[in-house]
Design a protein around this ligand. Structure first.
Ligand SMILES: C[S@@+](CC[C@H](N)C(=O)[O-])C[C@H]1O[C@@H](n2cnc3c(N)ncnc32)[C@H](O)[C@@H]1O
Length: 337
């Protein structure tokens, strides 16, 4: 916590110019600069390899050094630090590309619209909901898919490890995206079969990944809408980062479709989401930023445990408990009532 006026002034400078640092990371990843700095490289080498303006690049590289993302050695060669390695394609690089993508950046430019009206800035800017937009803009959909994969990958491994799927024969991932979560479960639990429901355009892309992973024989891929029908017959209905995309009324409607599909089989409900604390502190910035991102983009919200419990009850599920996955995510486990 800054103590003197000088400290508070400096801290505020960091906060108010933070978007310039984000954008600098975005440019470093977009132009392939970051990935080349796994090995030490001079600005000249990087400029030639990336086809960019050497003197301007040098200015960016010096900022990256000050941000402790890269280091510079005595002969002017730049290399990623341990922090900078997080920018890798198999780590947080795809999320940097999404946060700096023009379609996401432009909705955040109109964040004020959401605060003034409570409406989605995304629709205000793009003239349609994000899911329709992705169905018609494949390049941006690929950026979104890759970011979700980077976010969901580590959570999926934790879900597959921490939850005992072994007594279950069939698990349905409702709004399962490109299948990252379901594939992690199927790989770890050989006796489980999967069902993936998502929008038809998303399922088409997911199919290729299941084929590549040779898991297509153990998974049914269903293109449809979770507002219309959720496939019946599963022992567990799993949803990761779905309910937070929607306001309460729509979230309950999705849960009701799951409850209908669960029928009298006693199927479990497994909701994987961030946990919003009742009282927030500095450690909760990621959950709070995600909450505002839900307001700006899909039009939903992050929720506390008691808020999830109330949603579950409205759809005739009982929240049995939560299984923490890391400081941010948890499995909210429900049973049919
Ligand atoms: C935030 S993503 C989460 C994807 C995945 N569960 C994950 O965590 O990686 C939300 C998903 O909901 C899907 N979705 C949106 N509207 C839908 C609908 N009406 N029916 C089925 N899926 C939908 C989107 O296509 C997207 O894949």
């Amino acid at each position: 916590m800054p103590e003197s006026t000088t400290d508070t002034n400096r801290a505020m400078w960091r906060l108010m110019t933070a978007f310039r640092q984000s954008r600098s990371l975005g440019v470093a990843v977009e132009l392939g600069i970051a990935e080349r700095m796994v090995e030490p490289r001079t600005a000249r080498e990087l400029a030639t390899e990336c086809g960019v303006h050497e003197r301007s690049l040098l200015r960016l590289l010096r900022l990256l050094v000050a941000m402790e993302v890269a280091s510079e050695d005595a002969s002017g060669r730049f290399q990623l630090t341990a922090l900078g390695e997080e920018l890798g394609g198999d780590r947080l690089g795809p999320l940097v590309l999404y946060f700096c993508s023009k379609h996401d950046w432009s909705s955040w430019m109109h964040f004020d619209h959401s605060i003034k009206t409570g409406e989605r800035a995304f629709d205000y800017v793009h003239g349609m909901r994000n899911w329709e937009y992705y169905a018609t803009h494949p390049d941006d959909a690929a950026i979104f898919d890759a970011a979700m994969r980077a976010l969901t990958g580590p959570v999926s491994v934790a879900v597959a490890e921490k939850y005992d799927f072994s007594p279950l024969s069939k698990v349905a991932d409702v709004g399962g995206g490109d299948g990252t979560m379901l594939m992690a479960i199927l790989k770890r639990h050989q006796s489980v079969r999967g069902v993936l429901l998502d929008r038809p355009d998303v399922v088409k892309r997911a199919r290729l990944r299941f084929e590549e992973a040779r898991l297509i024989d153990r998974c049914d891929l269903v293109g449809g809408s979770f507002f219309e029908e959720v496939p019946p017959g599963a022992d567990a209905y799993l949803m990761k980062s779905i309910l937070h995309d929607w306001e309460d009324e729509e979230a309950v409607a999705i849960l009701e479709r799951c409850r209908h599909a669960a029928g009298d089989r006693g199927a479990r409900l497994l909701v994987v989401e961030r946990v919003m604390p009742e009282r927030v502190g500095p450690d909760d910035i990621d959950a709070l930023l995600s909450d505002l991102n839900m307001l700006v983009n899909p039009g939903g919200r992050e929720r506390t445990v008691s808020e999830y419990s109330r949603l579950f009850e409205k759809a005739r599920f009982k929240l049995e408990g939560t299984i923490p996955l890391d400081p941010q995510f948890a499995i909210f486990e429900g049973s049919s009532i």
